[in-house]
Design a protein around this ligand. Structure first.
Ligand SMILES: Nc1ncnc2c1ncn2[C@@H]1O[C@H](COP(=O)(O)OP(=O)(O)OP(=O)(O)O)[C@@H](O)[C@H]1O
Ligand SMILES: [Mg+2]
Length: 449
């Protein structure tokens, strides 16, 4: 006899979790499915479309960007055979600032157990020390480290006994206009924005194993228009940064120096090896529009290395230092399209004196072929971000009041003083507890907005 066992048969459809990655080279949409009542989600499709109207991660032409998003979503819908409405959007671009601040609360004269309210209070205290510049908004508030009675490295203080709770938080601040343009773009493409996340964070979640995140590691997402940096230790992001330089700069350098059209420079870039172990005098010979070219491989190598040297010395190394993490035994995980460059691991090993490897998404074997490479690490990481936040609402606090702003006004709306974490309806006691958390967090953020 046919036995009804699946959730479908009980009328409970699996839930779709969707991540939209607004990249400079391509827009990617990752769709995962989670069985009703399940904790884990399985990636079932990856849509993509060439990205137009986005430069250095920033939307520069809204109509073109909207078209790219629609195309990528339609590609994903065709792949999974379901409609997509709500998305978590990863974006980057423009000025991104990471500010660290500290907070402390006394728990009493004798040790007592840390309650949720104490965690809210200590975040509140740390937030009170952050000054948000005009026309900028806090996108994320990330607890970096808890200490109890001066003992650092506490993973989760809830329920532990102490007399004093300290916190170190990282606030990620981005221009309000950048956020508003992303929201406009995605909603005009017919989607609902569930939440927004900064790209370097999801790139890291897409490739970092829990062991590397605990031990200490750097993730560098080298994309088309940006380079994202995330330094993790003790399982938490200690520092996030986004640089407005990516693989397109390497292409432009080649095109400019060699006086080649961009598409040819792009093709050549993908053949270059950074190892430099080609025989002396070896050349690359090719024809373009009837003209014959002969370029020394050493010259191509030098052009690319010159730009990468500068990027490492001037920008990447200082950002890693900013994280103030002394040990990074997990080394450097390189991802994003440029991480496919031959010899890039050795280049970074030498430059940063850390073991380096090119990293595929952790879920690569569940993703479709050709859409499971380094370019898709950040999109895959969005699903991990959604799940992580559900498991631990205090891990990455975001500011959904930005999303709920009044879009009828052309001017940027003043965000409501409401801080709400994403929950799903009908979730009982746990939901009520989280509801209390929201109320408390309203107070936390009230002063800021
Ligand atoms: N095999 C390869 N060798 C070198 N570079 C490559 C290779 N394949 C792709 N790239 C480069 O990777 C970049 C695109 O990477 P990716 O898809 O990760 O960017 P993106 O996510 O769209 O952009 P961003 O995150 O910067 O906004 C392009 O500059 C492309 O030239
Ligand atoms: Mg990217």
């Amino acid at each position: 006899m046919f036995k009804k066992t699946s959730n479908y048969s009980q009328g409970r459809e699996p839930e779709l979790l969707v991540g939209l990655d607004l990249g400079t080279s391509k827009v990617a949409v990752v769709v995962a499915e989670r069985e009703a009542d399940g904790d884990e989600a399985q990636i079932i499709g990856v849509g993509q479309a060439p990205s137009n109207g986005i430069r250095k991660g920033l939307i520069v032409n809204l109509d073109q960007a909207v078209r790219s998003v629609r195309q990528a979503v339609s590609d994903a819908q065709n792949m999974v055979g379901q409609d997509i409405r709500g998305v978590t959007v990863a974006f980057g671009g423009g000025e991104v600032t990471s500010i660290r601040s500290k907070g402390m609360v006394a728990l009493g004269r004798s040790p007592r157990s840390v309650a949720q309210l104490d965690i809210e209070r200590v975040i509140d205290a740390a937030q009170a020390n952050v000054v948000v510049p005009m026309n900028q908004s806090i996108l994320h508030t990330i607890p970096v480290e808890y200490s109890l009675d001066g003992n650092v490295g506490i993973d989760d203080p809830l329920g532990m006994n102490a007399m004093r709770l300290d916190i170190d938080v990282q606030s990620i601040i981005v221009p309000t206009a950048t956020i508003q343009n992303v929201l406009n773009c995605v909603t005009r493409a017919g989607l609902e924005v569930n939440s927004l996340v900064l790209k370097p964070l999801v790139s890291a979640l897409g490739v970092l194993t829990p062991e590397d995140a605990l031990a200490g590691a750097v993730v560098i997402d080298f994309g088309g228009g940006t380079t994202g940096i995330a330094v993790f230790a003790d399982g938490r992001p200690k520092h996030l940064a986004l640089l407005p330089i990516g693989g397109d700069h390497l292409t432009n350098d080649l095109a400019t120096v060699l006086k080649l059209p961009l598409n040819k420079a792009e093709d050549i870039k993908r053949t270059i090896s950074l190892s430099g172990d080609f025989p002396e005098g070896e050349t690359l010979d090719f024809e373009n529009h009837g003209k014959a070219y002969r370029i020394a491989k050493s010259e191509l190598h030098d052009i690319i290395c010159c730009r990468l040297d500068e990027l490492c010395d001037e920008l990447i190394r200082p950002e890693i230092k900013n994280a103030k993490v002394t040990m990074l035994p997990g080394g450097v995980l390189l991802t994003g399209g440029v991480a496919k460059t031959e010899g890039i691991e050795d280049f970074f090993l030498e430059k940063l004196s850390l073991p380096a490897r090119s990293a595929l998404p952790l879920d690569a074997n569940r993703m479709p072929p050709n859409r499971n490479t380094q370019e898709y690490a950040s999109a895959a990481g969005i699903i991990k971000y959604i799940l992580d936040r559900e498991r631990d609402p205090f891990r990455y606090l975001d500011n959904p009041s930005i999303i709920k702003g009044d879009k009828s006004k052309p001017a940027l709306p003043k965000p409501e003083p409401v801080f709400r974490l994403n929950t799903q309806p009908g979730k009982d006691k746990e939901e009520t507890q989280r509801g209390d958390v929201f109320d408390s967090l309203k107070r936390v953020f009230k002063d800021i907005f």
